[in-house]
Write a protein that binds this ligand. Structure first.
Ligand code: GRF
Length: 221
């Protein structure tokens, strides 16, 4: 059970991503527009030519490819150590997974307790895993969306911070639905980070409470 609250620190974000980096861009934009009081200190990718690294360089943010071999779907072993070492060297205190296509394991969770966030393109707990927008379409869901949550070692589990819903339209294709969800992702991620940056988030079990949560004794840990 998660219990406690996020630390009140100047937010120094390390972003991990494997793809085009539109969510990373939304975070750069929110900081630039003064909507999020934070700094992106580095962007790391397990894909050498990922668009997210180019976006970081254009912002003047350190951008590093770090191989996560020999694993295909998780960040573990020496690769995990290299990621943690690099994040610490750049002074990150918050890890933002923005399309990072690997499971986060115990070492990284221990290095950044309650400070690793993920965005997932569904209204969790519906449709965890890959291509969630296609899962929603194939299932016949009428509403889809995105979720920003804390990472707890499960597959797309962890306390939910922000969710945004979108309608599924009759003529949607996987691509049109994903595009509609991504528009909301770009609002949801900065919003969730602003909550955590403002220390406005407490946890009680799986529940995220805005403000300070009270346990059974009425005391706050
Ligand atoms: C997003 O749809 C996100 O929800 C998922 O991976 C995608 C990343 O997109 N986890 P981008 O690289 O941020 O454009």
């Amino acid at each position: 059970m998660t219990k406690g609250r996020t630390d009140s620190l100047p937010m120094r974000i390390g972003i991990l991503g494997s793809g085009k980096g539109s969510n990373a861009q939304s975070i750069f934009n929110a900081i630039g527009e003064g909507k999020l009081r934070a700094e992106v200190v580095c962007v790391l990718s397990d894909v050498e030519d990922a668009g997210i690294l180019d976006r970081a360089r254009r912002q003047g943010v350190p951008a590093c490819f770090i191989s996560a071999a020999p694993f295909k779907t998780k960040l573990d072993g020496e690769a995990e150590e290299a990621y943690i070492r690099t994040l610490v060297e750049y002074g990150a205190n918050t890890v933002v997974l923005a399309g990072f296509m690997r499971m986060i394991k115990a070492g990284m969770l221990a290095a950044f307790p309650n400070r690793i966030l993920n965005i997932h393109p569904s209204l969790l707990p519906a449709f965890p895993g890959m291509a969630s927008w296609k899962q929603a379409l194939d299932y016949g869901a009428k509403v889809a969306g995105c979720t920003v949550h804390l990472v707890d070692g499960g597959m797309d589990t962890g306390p939910i911070l922000v969710q945004k819903a979108v309608p599924v339209l009759e003529d949607d294709t996987p691509e049109t639905l994903h595009a509609r969800i991504q528009i909301q992702e770009h609002i949801a991620y900065p919003e969730a980070l602003a909550l955590v940056a403002g220390d406005a988030v407490s946890f009680l079990g799986r529940r995220v409470v805005i403000g300070r949560a009270r346990d059974e004794q009425g005391a706050n840990p």
